[in-house]
Design a protein around this ligand. Structure first.
Ligand code: AGP
Length: 618
């Protein structure tokens, strides 16, 4: 949550920072701000409780100029959404300017002691305490006659007094070319250029400007100017930087001809799913293979229980993983919310393998759950999308989804790739156990047919749009599915909630009669996923119960001809396919439905209220 960026070089810093902030807006968009340093004068700050687009106009009007600066886009934690609470924050003596992502937990005590020393506060944020604390140490160092690397040292001393999490970018008066950054619990990446360097919460902010990056670790601090950078630890030990080249495709982060990133990302799924599979089937084509698990076949065979951890949509992917792995590999699987796991004393069996699933690779709850499992001595593998993010860097091995950047706050292509990887894992573990060669080969064939089948579902976008318009005025929805379609029902309901602000619930279809049936009325439509097979008739019975209570039903099915006449008010067809890929096909219409409903309700699809893409606070 919150995006920070810093630039020091020879170009117009304001335009580079504003561009970067636009790309970081998915991390939070309650307010935005920028500060540019000036020679011999205090940094100039423009900030507003508004989107980056508005900030850009204000920056132009203010004629902000300079070649070194920092910027911030906020997801509010401490203090309401207001101009005063927007970052960057300037210390009350005007010497330090600071942008922060994270939470300073002991800010109340810090505020009190700083106030007693004469520092004043103009916002309700926790961050302002840190700005003033850095200023305090900066002035103390000055009175001790320290001039070399004074900002870095002041930041180091201040952070030693701070409890909580932070990714920060800091500038000071008197050294207009210098930025100091530090991280603990919130991501920070250094971009290394020629005659210019950058800092940001993630690489997308660089927009292709920086090909070489250094991912900072927790407890590290970087001091940089346009020509140089130095990394050290908070304990002042030097750190040898590890340069990573980033493979950046500008068009991945641009809208192109699509009105919203969410729609673009929904339509990218034939390609993103293909990318998740590339090179991952064995020569004899009866199993999957993964390069980065860092476990021998023998160790993998000894696994007799798996625990999946994730949040939100990724948690839904964990539920799917349970269904798939238990079905095809016959390994018992548990699923926990990351946020619950880290505080529970879950009794795990000795040979439990833990998996985390996280698109961003930065979700704090999942990161901490991973650390907790590792502390307890369990091996943790991950399924992640963002290369170089903290979760994949800290886990013991894992699988990248290769979905490309997902900008829309509502996760779409990342979810289907997570489900696909989980399903491929079920094949992989299954073939190490009892799954037959023939069954394995059938699954591989099914996976390979997936991109084409997804395109067939996408071809129905117009039909789904029509249905969306018909029901866009409703304020309650029920989503029903059974077995592996239950997590898909949950995901459909979450998508609708997130971007349309419609109350929606996902249930296993048979559970409806135990409570949710009370919601059924003509104004509460039900989306029922009813696929051919042993559960079909059971789903039809649940739909009958809805119809008997005058509820409308939108049926997502691969066997529309088997539906009793007049049962469905609307039908969305998905092609008949192997069960190992069917949940992915069932997901696509629900993504489209929520998208078109949100558009019909004039909602801000890519930046829904109160949300942020990457949740890096607890
Ligand atoms: C998805 O639409 C949500 N915005 C959210 O639930 C998300 O999936 C969750 O915060 C986990 O994110 P992660 O995959 O980056 O860890």
């Amino acid at each position: 949550m919150c995006g920070i960026i810093g630039y020091t070089g020879r170009q117009d810093a304001a335009s580079i920072i504003l561009e970067g902030l636009k790309r970081l807006e998915y991390r939070g968009y309650d307010s935005a701000g920028i500060a540019l340093s000036g020679k011999g004068c205090a940094p100039k700050v423009v900030k507003k409780a508004a989107r980056v687009e508005i900030l850009s106009r204000l920056v132009r009007e203010a004629k902000l100029a300079g070649s070194c600066g920092i910027g911030h886009t906020r997801w509010a934690t401490h203090g309401k959404v207001s101009d005063e609470n927007a970052h960057p924050h300037v210390s009350s003596d005007g010497v330090i300017v600071l942008a922060h992502n994270g939470v300073i937990e002991n800010y109340v005590q810090l505020r009190k002691s700083l106030t007693a020393l004469g520092y004043t506060f103009h916002s309700e944020t926790d961050t302002e305490a840190l700005a003033n604390l850095v200023a305090l140490h900066f002035s103390r160092l000055e009175s001790l006659g320290v001039s070399e690397n004074r900002l870095e040292e002041a930041v180091r001393l201040a952070l030693a007094e701070v409890e909580g999490t932070y990714g920060i970018a800091v500038m000071c008066v008197g050294n207009p070319d210098e930025i100091v950054g530090a991280r603990k619990g919130s991501p920070l990446v250094l971009g290394v250029g020629r005659g210019e360097n950058m800092l940001a919460s993630d690489v997308t902010a660089f927009g292709g400007r920086m090909q070489n990056v250094v991912y900072l670790d927790d407890g590290q601090i970087v001091r940089m100017n346009r020509d140089d950078f130095v990394i050290s630890t908070l304990k002042n030990e030097s750190v040898a930087p590890v340069l990573n080249e980033i493979d950046w495709r500008m068009e991945d982060a641009e809208l192109g001809s699509f009105p919203h990133f969410m729609l673009k990302e929904i339509f990218e799924q034939p390609v993103s799913l293909e990318n998740a599979m590339r090179g991952r089937f064995s020569q004899d084509a009866s199993t999957a293979q993964f390069g980065g698990l860092n476990m021998s076949a023998r160790e993998l065979r000894q696994v007799d229980r798996i625990l999946f951890l994730g949040c939100g949509t990724a948690w839904h992917a964990c539920l799917l993983a349970k269904h798939m792995i238990e079905r095809y590999a016959r390994i018992p699987v548990d699923v926990e919310y990351s946020s619950e796991f880290r505080y529970r004393n879950s009794p795990l069996e000795k040979n439990t393998l833990v998996f985390t699933i996280s698109q961003s690779g930065e979700t704090l709850d999942t990161l901490e759950a991973q650390r907790e499992a590792q502390r307890k001595g369990y091996r943790v593998l991950g399924i992640s999308n963002v290369v170089g993010a903290t979760i994949p860097r800290e886990n013991d091995g894992g699988i990248y989804q290769h979905s490309g950047p997902e900008i829309g706050v509502a996760s779409t292509k990342a979810f289907t790739a997570q489900v696909l990887v989980a399903s491929m894992l079920s094949l992989y573990f299954g073939r190490m156990r009892d799954l037959s060669f023939a069954d394995g080969r059938e699954m591989v064939k099914a996976f390979q047919s997936l991109p084409g089948l997804v395109s067939c579902v996408l071809d129905q976008a117009e039909n789904v749009e029509r249905i969306a318009k018909r029901y866009a005025g409703c304020n309650d929805f029920l989503f029903l599915g059974r077995l592996e379609m239950f997590p898909i029902a949950l995901e459909g309901a979450l998508k609708l909630k997130e971007i349309s602000y419609i109350h929606a619930e996902g249930y296993p279809a048979a559970e409806m009669k135990h409570g949710p049936i009370a919601l059924i009325c003509p104004e509460c439509p039900t989306v029922a996923i009813a696929m051919a097979g042993e559960m079909f008739k059971k789903c039809v019975s649940s739909i009958q119960e809805v119809k008997a209570r005058k509820g409308d039903v939108i049926v997502v099915t691969d066997c529309p001809d088997d539906l009793p006449d007049g049962l469905a008010d609307e039908v969305i067809f998905v092609p008949r396919a192997h069960d190992c890929i069917l949940p992915i096909l069932a997901t696509i219409p629900l993504q489209l439905l929520s998208y078109y409903i949100a558009v019909a309700r004039d909602c801000d699809v890519d930046k829904p209220r109160n949300l942020a893409k990457s949740v890096t606070v607890e």
